[in-house]
Design a protein around this ligand. Structure first.
Ligand code: ZN
Length: 172
């Protein structure tokens, strides 16, 4: 019987992958990172463009300049699509806007948002476990929306303010 491991990010309980790879700062179990990589290969629906954003904020890691920036930017992408009428196909553009060169140093732009409790609800492994491609696409969208909802309940005003300042405004 394989040993089960709880993901420190999303709380998914999955068979452990001893010495499995994980992302450098999106801290997760190796099984969770593996499920995310599998999803990237399988899924090509509209919301697939947001799976990296959902995974990143579901596995925020701990405070550092890099994680602070990562969480802020990925939340802005989700906010743009789920709350401001942008399309998933614009995710790459949304992701690139907040890091535009300006007088303001990248590390002054954002501060660490304390993650809400992210360890309940649908996870990337639930998406992968879907029986059919259609079901997988449906679960993928549910996962993206659910993870953003957890963050927005805690930090919506800050995410919206950053979005206005760093994505919408002509100049940073
Ligand atoms: Zn996880």
């Amino acid at each position: 019987m394989s040993h089960l491991e709880t993901c420190v990010g999303c709380g998914a309980v999955l068979p452990a992958i001893p010495d499995g790879a994980i992302h450098r700062y999106m801290t997760s179990s190796a099984a969770c990172w593996s499920a995310f990589n599998e999803l990237s290969l399988l899924e090509h629906g509209a919301f697939a463009a947001l799976s990296v954003d959902a995974f990143a904020v579901h596995h925020p890691g701990t405070l550092s300049p890099q994680t602070t920036q990562s969480v802020a930017i990925h939340l802005m992408v989700l906010h743009g699509v789920l709350k401001r009428g942008f399309k998933p196909s614009q995710a790459l553009w949304l992701r690139s806007r907040p890091g535009r060169p300006s007088q303001m140093s990248k590390h002054e732009r954002f501060h660490w948002l304390t993650p809400p409790d992210l360890t309940h609800g649908i996870t990337v492994s639930d998406v992968i476990a879907a029986a059919t491609p259609l079901e997988r696409s449906t679960r993928l969208e549910s996962w993206v929306r659910a993870v953003y909802a957890l963050w927005s309940a805690a930090h919506e005003a800050q995410i919206a303010a950053w979005f206005n300042q760093f994505v919408i405004a002509e100049k940073i």
